[in-house]
Write a protein of this length. Sequence first.
Length: 256
Amino acid sequence: MNALPLQPIQTRKIYAEVIEQILGLVRSGHLRVGDQLPSEGQLTSLLGVSRSSVREALKALEVLGILESRTGVGSFVAQTSLADVPFQVLNQMAVEGSPWEIMEARLALEPIIARLAALRRTDEDLRRMRESVDKMSTQVADHVSTMDVDLQFHMLLAQACGNLVLTDCMHLISSRMQHRFWQAVKHTSLTLDGRPEAYLDHHRRILSAIERGDGQQSETVMLEHLLEVEAGFGPVVDAKGKRSSKGTRAAKGGAA
């Protein structure tokens, strides 16, 4: 029998399906340059998906230059030439893990990593952490991007936690944080007033707790830090499309 031209079946993220629908409207001419898209709430209702899936799709299309987001107004079509947006690019963005999925993983792992780092760190670990915080302080003062040194600090904690499995997990997360979807969303969050200064303060408090060997405080401050990072991205929702402030408060209480 001749080989059949079958293609592997791929499981796609819901937000990738939202992207495809919006691109289909652009290709068909239903949406033209300058047209405004329905609001997030309207798209959520029309498509029958969670608000976070809509938000992720809109952000991805903004990163690719298809859409333009205007603060307080909405999303508009910026260009309709899709030659530069092949399916492979969209599919890669879908399988690499969205920023919101990355944050879920970080919230699950990094508080315990901070706790273990406080209990197991060496003098050399502390020296490197202090250097990282000092470098971040200089960059914040000079209004230079702190994305690289910020990640470096978190990786230093992972290396100091004394658990190779957790360290490997953080290396995987770190690799996902190099992708342009995460980079674009993180860059946008860092433009919010006071955000770099707040993150620097968090790092200093985490370092202080680690220096004292206070595992519980290290875990608590790390959780507070990650929740604020998450807030800078917009609400993260669970599989049912819900993430309440009550759940956030419960998470804080659970670490304390």
